[in-house]
Design a protein around this ligand. Structure first.
Ligand SMILES: [Ca+2]
Ligand SMILES: [Ca+2]
Ligand SMILES: [Ca+2]
Length: 373
């Protein structure tokens, strides 16, 4: 107000000087651009219409910068197009000079009669306000003042999101969630780990991590050795991947097929007088006998289903030989061997089928079932 008072005094003096004929009759010196605004401390000052002086325009509760009030950060003053009157945040868009009144946001000559009949917010038609609207959170919010001059009451009690009933929202939901009709944020995807030890929760997460990294149908562990890495087998129940070598296996000799004649003796009958062979099998590991089957008499397709246990080391030389049992000795029928050791693939398969692949070889085929102990 000091500025306004000073301006009035200066104008009065100029008028007096002009009337006295002592001022040379010149118009007042122009010191600013008419209507220009600048800051004076925390006030906005405005250049007079003739550019002769600054006058107080507006007080800024949160300070002035570049000729405009700073926003207080919680309420955005709504002064678009207004030079005076209520800014909706408890402040003013400006004050009108002497002899003028604020009418619908514009300073006009003459008196103005405030009218707040039926109104609780918005402009009183002059320089004042009929009231300020507040959000459900307690912050002044001019956007809640409706066209009829009453405050819209937000209905956000107990709501995290959704319409506030006043054209706005009660809040926004974080990513991957949506707002329910009841105004609650709900994850778009509902994780499901019921009955699962591991694997996907259906929403991009894990229900758990298995120690051996094997998760099948939500359970930790393997179903068979194909689930495990190259040199490991599936063992136990629930299955767990474990090293294939250095452990005991049960080898079961199931059956074999023998050539009808002895290829080592011109394909003559195996027994003197034309009898069929009397077959038994012996197996060695690193030259040590680990298995000797019973004798199956007079057959080309003996069946044993006889077992032995053996710890299988990696690279361990292994050989099985079939013989025809005779009265005084035994005829060598044939053999198979693993010079580089039994491969992990057989231990994983749990089965070995020997096939000579040579129609003239005495020991044609044999089959073993291999089970970890
Ligand atoms: Ca013989
Ligand atoms: Ca015989
Ligand atoms: Ca014999």
């Amino acid at each position: 107000m000091a500025r306004t008072f000073a301006a009035v005094v200066a104008t009065t003096i100029a008028v007096i000087l002009a009337a006295a004929g002592c001022g040379g009759g010149d118009e007042a010196e122009q010191i600013c651009i008419p209507q220009e605004k600048e800051c004076d401390g925390s006030d906005v000052v405005k250049c007079n219409a003739d550019g002769s002086d600054w006058s107080f325009y507006k007080a800024c509760p949160d300070g002035c910068k570049d000729g405009q009030c700073k926003s207080n950060g919680t309420c955005a003053p709504a002064c678009g197009g207004k030079e005076c009157g209520d800014d909706g945040c408890g402040g003013t868009c400006g004050l009108c000079g002497a002899g003028t009144t604020c009418q619908a946001g514009t300073c006009k000559a003459g008196a103005c009669t405030p009218n707040c009949a039926g109104k609780t917010c918005g402009s009183d038609g002059c320089s004042g306000t009929c009231g300020t609207c507040y959000s459900s959170g307690g912050a002044a919010d001019p956007s809640l003042c409706q066209a009829n001059g009453t405050c819209c009451v937000q209905s956000c009690a107990g709501k995290q999101c959704g319409p506030d009933g006043c054209g706005g929202v009660c809040g926004t939901c974080p990513a991957k969630s949506t707002c329910t009709a009841q105004g609650q944020c709900q994850q778009s995807c509902v994780p499901s780990c019921s009955g699962k030890q591991c694997g996907s929760d259906g929403c991009g997460g894990d229900c758990g991590v298995c120690s051996d990294g094997i998760c099948l149908n939500g359970k930790c562990g393997c179903e068979d050795s194909t689930d495990c890495s190259d040199e490991s087998i599936c063992y136990g129940s629930p299955g767990k991947c474990t090293m294939a070598f250095g452990r005991s296996y049960s080898f079961t000799l199931a059956d074999a097929t023998i050539l009808e004649g002895d290829p080592n003796d011109g394909f003559s009958a195996w027994d003197v007088g034309g009898g069929m062979p009397d077959v038994f099998v012996e197996c060695t590991a690193e030259g040590t006998l680990v298995f000797s089957s019973t004798v199956k008499n007079d057959t080309l397709s003996p069946m044993w289903w006889e077992s032995f246990n053996m710890v299988v080391a990696k690279g361990q030389y292994f050989e099985c030989t079939a013989y025809d049992n005779d009265v005084s000795d035994a005829d060598w029928i044939g053999a198979f061997e693993f010079k580089q050791g039994i491969p992990a693939s057989l231990l994983k398969d749990g089965y070995y089928g020997f096939d000579a692949g040579d129609p003239s070889y005495g020991f044609q085929t044999a089959s073993f079932v291999i089970t970890p102990n």
